[in-house]
Design a protein around this ligand. Structure first.
Ligand code: G3P
Length: 217
């Protein structure tokens, strides 16, 4: 499963990319607003930080303007992926971009039907929002399983990009459910490696090694 980081904060992205384990980035209008930066500038900077996919979302809701915005964003860098919402206009734009071989990420997905229509529109990625479904009392992870089953039985190549990740368990379960990608908030990513028994075990190894009085070099 590929790891994307869900942020427009370039400082957080730099430390995540420095691990060598991060494959791309997703942004959305809320994350761009939070960054306080010029949209195109921050996307260009992020595209310089990674050769992997960088999602940049259109800001219009009607097809013609969406398409114009998408083409302007695609000019920024070859690894820009255009994010469009799961609406009829969004899917029309997705299909038009797919025909131009511009990568797309169809976002705000909350049902199997939506994921099916996005795949039929040629979406490169589909973003089912796990956390926001959980917030409504619906099991968001079940949607990942269902989309995986649908795509596999019909041979759709759209990649499942598990989004709205709120916990380490979401990351683990998404990987087990067969998601192709998880886009992870920086805080969750930074905590993925931690386990108290690892820290405790390493402390004990170091203490015992020190007692030997030896050195390897
Ligand atoms: O960026 C798309 C998705 O990851 C947003 O997540 O936490 O705002 O539901 P969240």
């Amino acid at each position: 499963m590929y790891i994307f980081i869900d942020t427009a904060d370039t400082d957080e992205l730099k430390s995540a990319f420095d691990t060598g384990l991060v494959d791309g980035c997703t942004t959305n209008p809320s994350l761009i607003a939070k960054s306080g930066r010029d949209f195109k500038e921050v996307i260009a900077e992020i595209c310089e930080m990674t050769p992997g996919p960088v999602s940049a979302e259109v800001a219009s809701i009607e097809h013609e303007t969406m398409l114009a915005e998408a083409l302007a964003l695609a000019e920024i860098a070859d690894n820009v992926v255009i994010k469009v919402p799961l609406t009829w206009d969004g899917l029309k734009t997705c299909a038009a971009l797919s025909a131009e071989e511009i990568q797309t990420n169809v976002t705000l997905c909350f049902s199997v039907a939506q994921a099916w229509l996005a795949a039929k529109s040629g979406a490169t990625f589909i973003s089912p929002f796990i956390g926001r479904l959980d917030d409504t009392g619906v099991d968001g992870m079940e949607l990942i399983h269902d989309i995986r089953a649908l795509y596999d039985v019909h041979g759709y190549e759209t990649e499942i990009l598990a989004a709205s990740i709120r916990t380490q368990e979401h990351v683990e379960q998404a990987a087990l459910a067969g998601a192709d990608v998880a886009t992870i908030p920086p805080k969750i990513f930074n905590e993925l490696l931690s386990h108290p028994l690892t820290e405790k075990g390493l402390d004990a190894f170091m203490a015992d090694w020190t007692k030997t009085g030896q050195s390897i070099l």
